[in-house]
Design a protein around this ligand. Structure first.
Ligand code: C2O
Ligand code: CU
Ligand code: CU
Length: 544
């Protein structure tokens, strides 16, 4: 992040107050009036919320490292109506609150934008009407409020919220704007899973701070954006300490969110114990899935069962991100800002320190929640999946060769309400800048697929996310993938459950199945590498 940017922020922050002192009374007046009069909140009088929250995006200084405070952008929250346990703050963190809701509840969120930029909030993974989805065209400016009023229709799962203004999502999330939205339902309630302090959120992000303790974002320019931002330090729950204090003798539900802009993790316990996955994105799994490691792409969530029953006070375990081949950047020329913590290298995520011991009686059930996977024979296009190809063209990341247009929808992006469809997502190479180009060889070229034109192929992993729906995964086709890449990650994928984001590795094809129900309208699907999204790797789809 540049010094310029801070100057601009401070300037805007001081806009009203500062100017009024120096210049004139009328200007002060107009500022004050603007704040008061903009946006009379058109609350729906017939909507009776169970939970009513004010969520304000503000710039705030937070003590992150010793010394100077860090200027962050954060969601401040205030409970207007509802159970006080539905809103939980994380102390001294830039992260927003944890919002807890039950399926069937009605929630109202009054999002107030106090940022020096336009913004809008999106409820990632949630099934909501068009006007509450946080479409980029719904952005509001500084001082304005956007009201969301919807019923929670989703299954129990770990969801989250973050800004979604086109072009600035990466910057806004990076500066701190994100929070968890945890949904519970009856089926989950029957399982007697860990609650309270034993239901433990773990938001993993990467950040770079400069010598003045300020966040650094994309100082490498366009190439940094094309690759996606990588920070050089891992943050947990908006804090730089990579240490969690849990109790020996207890069982835990750890809810992981990869809230990073572009970093992919290969999560594993360093003592060689497998991970017990009990939930993914918008669902709890049918049965616990035991895995040596899990690939966690940006925006994805997994719920992990952690058994510390046989541990003693003073014991420690460590979660790591293991080394893997990402299919890019092996040559090193693209490392730019991230040489200290390259994607696919091995590093520590956090240590769990058991400073206390206690006991609880949460037990891991053998059977969790049946998920009734969609049946491919019920899809309207069962023999003819809708195809979406993600590739680079003319130095831009595209979807079927197109980039973001605020209201445009192509014919192939239009679907019908109350139908089930199969989509095939493919990560294909693309031509960059005619023969040879500036990338030379090595660097981020894909290797080994499609023979001949290899020197022109540029590929990267793309975590693909579709709004409005939760889908099932039907099939991974890895036949065109680099074998070394696939072998280094292949045991870390989960096809079960209801998901909203998939990691599409270079050369990979994934078939997914989804049903469009309840709401018509314009929704987006995009790469959740936030720099790719901001550069236009996002499109509308329309449910008619
Ligand atoms: Cu989490 Cu459209 O995003
Ligand atoms: Cu989303
Ligand atoms: Cu991407």
């Amino acid at each position: 992040m540049s010094i310029q940017k801070h100057d601009r922020r401070n300037f805007i922050k001081l806009g009203c107050a500062g100017a009024s002192i120096l210049i004139a009374w009328p200007l002060f007046q107009s500022c004050a009036n603007e704040n008061k009069n903009s946006d009379p909140l058109r609350l729906n009088p017939d909507f009776k919320p169970d939970l009513d929250i004010k969520l304000t995006a503000v710039e705030q200084e937070i003590s992150i490292l010793e010394g100077r405070k860090t200027i962050c952008w954060t969601f401040k929250s205030e409970l207007i109506l509802g159970d006080s346990s539905s809103l939980q703050q994380i102390p001294d963190s830039y992260l927003g609150p944890i919002i807890k809701v039950n399926k069937g509840q009605k929630i109202r969120i009054r999002f107030q934008n106090e940022l020096p930029q336009e913004s809008i909030v999106h409820w990632h993974g949630m099934h909501v009407p068009e006007q509450y989805d946080g479409h980029p065209t719904d952005i509001i400016s500084n001082g304005q409020t956007y009201v969301y009023e919807y019923e929670v229709m989703n299954r129990a799962g770990t969801y989250w919220f973050h800004p979604h203004p086109h072009g600035n999502t990466g910057e806004q999330v990076y500066n701190g704007l994100a929070g968890l939205l945890l949904v519970s339902d009856k089926e989950e309630g029957n399982l007697n899973l860990p609650t309270g302090e034993f239901d433990f959120p773990v938001v993993i992000q990467d950040r770079t701070l400069d010598d003045n303790n300020q966040l650094v974002y994309l100082d490498g320019g366009r190439m940094d954006r094309m690759m996606g931002f990588l920070g050089d330090k891992i943050f947990i729950n908006g804090r730089p300490e990579q240490e969690l204090s849990l109790k020996a003798g207890c069982n835990y539900r750890l809810r992981f969110l990869n809230g990073s802009n572009s970093r992919i993790y290969k999560l594993a316990w360093d003592n060689g114990e497998p991970l017990k996955v009990i939930g993914i994105d918008g669902s709890i799994l049918e049965q616990p899935k035991v895995m040596p490691y899990v690939m966690l792409a940006p925006a994805k969530r997994i719920d992990i069962w952690l058994d510390l029953k046989n541990k003693k006070q003073g014991d420690e375990i460590e979660l790591k991100s293991l080394a893997f081949e990402s299919g890019m950047m092996n040559g090193g020329m693209m490392n730019g800002n991230n040489t200290r913590l390259p994607l696919g290298s091995e590093y520590s995520i956090f240590k769990i320190k058991m400073n206390e011991s206690a006991s609880n009686d949460f037990l891991l059930p053998e059977n969790l929640v049946p998920y009734n996977k969609l049946d491919p024979t019920t899809a309207v296009n069962r023999n003819n999946p809708r195809e979406f190809n993600f590739f680079m063209q003319g130095m831009r990341w595209t979807i079927n060769g197109r980039t973001w247009e605020p209201t445009e929808v192509a014919k192939e992006e239009t679907v019908k309400l109350d139908t089930t469809e199969i989509w095939q997502l493919s990560n294909k190479g693309g031509k960059m800048m005619g023969g040879g180009g500036m990338m030379g060889d090595g660097g981020m070229m894909g290797r080994g697929n499609e023979g001949g034109g290899m020197g022109n192929m540029m590929q990267m992993p793309h975590p693909i996310h579709i709004h409005q729906v939760q889908f099932n995964i039907l099939e991974y086709d890895t036949s065109e993938m680099d074998v070394m890449v696939w072998n280094s990650i292949k045991d870390g994928f989960i096809d079960e459950g209801w998901q909203d984001t998939v990691l599409l590795m270079p050369g990979m094809k994934i078939k997914i199945i989804m049903r469009f129900s309840d709401f018509k309208g314009l929704f987006v699907y995009h790469c959740h590498n936030l720099e790719h999204e901001d550069m236009g790797m996002m499109r509308n789809f329309k449910i008619t």
